[in-house]
Design a binder for this molecule. Structure first.
Ligand code: ADP
Ligand code: MG
Length: 264
């Protein structure tokens, strides 16, 4: 990574349960494993990324809420994780109220962008923002701050439903508050090869979206779903499982796309 430059990738989909948090945790771990210094910003009041990385609620005295409000700088809210090179700004339920608190402020969409523009944020080469499952002000902050959006899509019958709305939102953000915003890619998650429908969904999504879709398919894998209850990324819990291997592969695709972008 070029010194003083970081890449901010927002992981978004307004649907819940599609693999946003799992992707944030495991992609971040994979990037950290190859020596990148990575930060996850947990912007979901549910705090699943924080829990999944072993940060219990009691030790979240400072959180992404404080970062957005602007009372504390990034290094005051960041915490180490059990993964070397991986840091997190945890979230708390305080985030639920933030929309009301900042609604009247003219810079309400730019709170995260401002916080991540601080010099201290440049020590992280990748910043992944885990979004809540809606198009609220938190997601808008994440999109306004990002270089690109990574969209997890669950391999199910309704996968494409809602996607056009998501892509339209990205377009809208690009036109209004963040002209540089790009789609990093679309990752198909929870793929079950025994399910004929899943293969059909993969074909449909690839036909519709072409090169935007990563080659890597994330399989449905029980080890991946068990890992968060141990407060660990799947890659740490069981490196050899198919899910972990897929996330490592995804990381190399993400890096490749970022390199192409920087070279362009
Ligand atoms: P989101 O953040 O979009 O709401 P999550 O990442 O929390 O979605 O995933 C939803 C649920 O599906 C979680 O219980 C998670 O453990 C499980 N899950 C996600 N990806 C996989 C996978 N590849 N294999 C098995 N279970 C998964
Ligand atoms: Mg989540």
């Amino acid at each position: 990574m070029v010194a003083g430059r970081n890449r901010i990738i927002t992981i978004a989909n307004q649907k819940g349960g599609v693999g946003k948090t799992t992707t944030a945790i495991n992609l971040a771990t994979a990037l950290a494993a190859i020596g990148e210094r990575v930060l996850i910003v947990d912007l979901d009041p549910q705090g699943n990324a924080s829990t999944g990385l072993g940060i219990d609620r009691k030790s979240r005295s400072r959180s992404s809420y404080d970062l957005l409000i602007g009372d504390h700088g990034i290094l005051e809210v960041v915490q180490e994780t059990a993964v070397p090179n991986l840091y997190i700004v945890p979230s708390t339920m305080d985030l639920l109220g933030i929309e009301m608190e900042i609604a009247q402020q003219s810079d309400r969409v730019f709170k995260l962008k401002k916080a991540l523009a601080e010099r201290d944020a440049f020590q992280f080469s990748y910043i992944l923002v885990d979004c809540p499952p809606s198009f609220n002000l938190l997601t808008m902050n994440a999109m306004a701050a990002a270089h690109s959006v990574l969209v997890p899509l669950q391999c199910e019958f309704f996968a494409l439903e809602g996607l056009s709305q998501l892509l339209e939102t990205v377009d809208q953000v690009r036109r209004s508050v963040n002209p540089q915003l790009d789609i990093q890619g679309i990752v198909l998650t929870m793929f079950d090869s025994r399910n004929n429908l899943a293969q059909q969904v993969v074909n449909d999504v690839r036909t519709h979206l072409g090169e935007k879709v990563y080659h890597t398919l994330i399989p449905r894998n029980v080890r991946v779903s068990e890992a968060p209850s141990y407060g660990k990324p799947a890659i740490l819990y069981d490196l050899k499982c198919a899910g972990s291997q897929a996330y490592l592969q995804l990381a190399s695709e993400v890096i490749q796309r970022e390199r192409q972008r920087l070279a362009a």
